[in-house]
Design a binder for this molecule. Structure first.
Ligand SMILES: C[S@@+](CC[C@H](N)C(=O)[O-])C[C@H]1O[C@@H](n2cnc3c(N)ncnc32)[C@H](O)[C@@H]1O
Length: 286
């Protein structure tokens, strides 16, 4: 191939190659305004923009919120943010890795187009433990991830824990063409709201984590088998009658309210030394 043509293709590929550090900048303003509207923030609220980029969300958000903390670890983007955030404005630019950023102690919200590869890490940071000051989020995540978080079947112990305290809603798909450069898959707006009435009290989150890990070890297992190591056969029969679930139903089909009943039954009928212990460690972002 001609050298010039080779060089041209290389340059072109560089422009189009998948963005480093998940840098898919959102350039479709209606989505940004929808997200801010959905978050329902007021001038009394502190809001985090995690992975603020050049501020596509940060600055429209600052018009509604009391204070915006824009967290970004790319030095060039952080410099651009600082330039736009005039002194005295309600935007604080924090040039730091999200992994190392401290979350506010006072109630806060999140509105962000997060780096996709950090989605689980970020959710864990925000939602676990459930008693933190986090109030709710409107996030752009991969469409596939949003479908998983909102699925009828709950196959992951981590997701089950989150859903006992927070509601997840896939609000709408965001086509990849709305980003620059476009990601390889479509994205979606995911809304997370703290439940007014959680299915469990916050103090039980660790003990519930043990139950979730144990019972969802094989998500397709019939519920009577998945719970067999914790309860007696008679206890399981009563429990399933109470929650009106057939014994052969896959355990991943239990709903949040069923899990609350399973946990309450465990607390009432099973001595605590026999409760399954949680093993999950906090995951690292990479
Ligand atoms: C999907 S882009 C969103 C940018 C901007 N919010 C927008 O919508 O245009 C994700 C941003 O997260 C930043 N980022 C990636 N990893 C990060 C990390 N570990 N800590 C802080 N920011 C990070 C990237 O530099 C990028 O600006």
């Amino acid at each position: 191939m001609h050298k010039h043509r080779q060089r041209h293709i290389k340059t072109h590929l560089n422009i189009e190659k998948p963005a480093a550090k998940g840098q898919h900048l959102l350039h479709y303003e209606p989505v940004i305004h929808d997200m801010i509207g959905m978050a329902g923030v007021t001038n009394a609220d502190t809001v985090l923009d995690l992975g603020a980029g050049r501020g596509a969300i940060t600055f429209p958000l600052a018009k509604k919120a009391g204070r915006v903390l824009a967290i970004e670890n790319d030095a060039a983007f952080a410099a651009a943010l600082r330039q736009k955030a005039v002194p005295g404005s309600n935007v604080a630019v924090i040039e730091r890795d999200i992994c190392e950023a401290y979350l506010p102690k006072e109630p806060f919200h999140v509105v962000a187009n997060i780096p996709f590869f950090m989605t689980t890490f970020i959710l864990e940071k925000l939602l676990d433990p459930p008693g933190s000051a986090f109030q709710g989020a409107v996030l752009i995540v991969q469409h596939g991830a949003a479908k998983g978080f909102t699925a009828r079947q709950i196959r992951s112990p981590r997701l089950l824990k989150w859903r006992m305290w927070f509601d997840f809603e896939l609000v709408k798909v965001v086509p990849r063409r709305h980003f620059s450069p476009p990601p390889q898959v479509d994205a979606a707006v995911l809304r997370i709201r703290r439940r007014k009435t959680p299915w469990l009290q916050t103090q039980h989150h660790h003990a519930f984590g043990g139950l979730a890990e144990y019972a969802l070890n094989e998500p397709a297992l019939p519920v009577c088998e998945a719970l067999a190591g914790i309860f007696t056969l008679v206890q399981i029969r009563h429990l399933l009658q109470h929650i009106r679930v057939e014994r052969n139903t896959p355990v991943c089909m239990l709903r949040e309210r069923d899990w609350a009943a399973v946990f309450d039954t465990m607390r009432e009928k099973v001595p605590s030394y026999r409760w399954p212990k949680a093993t999950t460690k906090k995951r690292s972002a990479r």
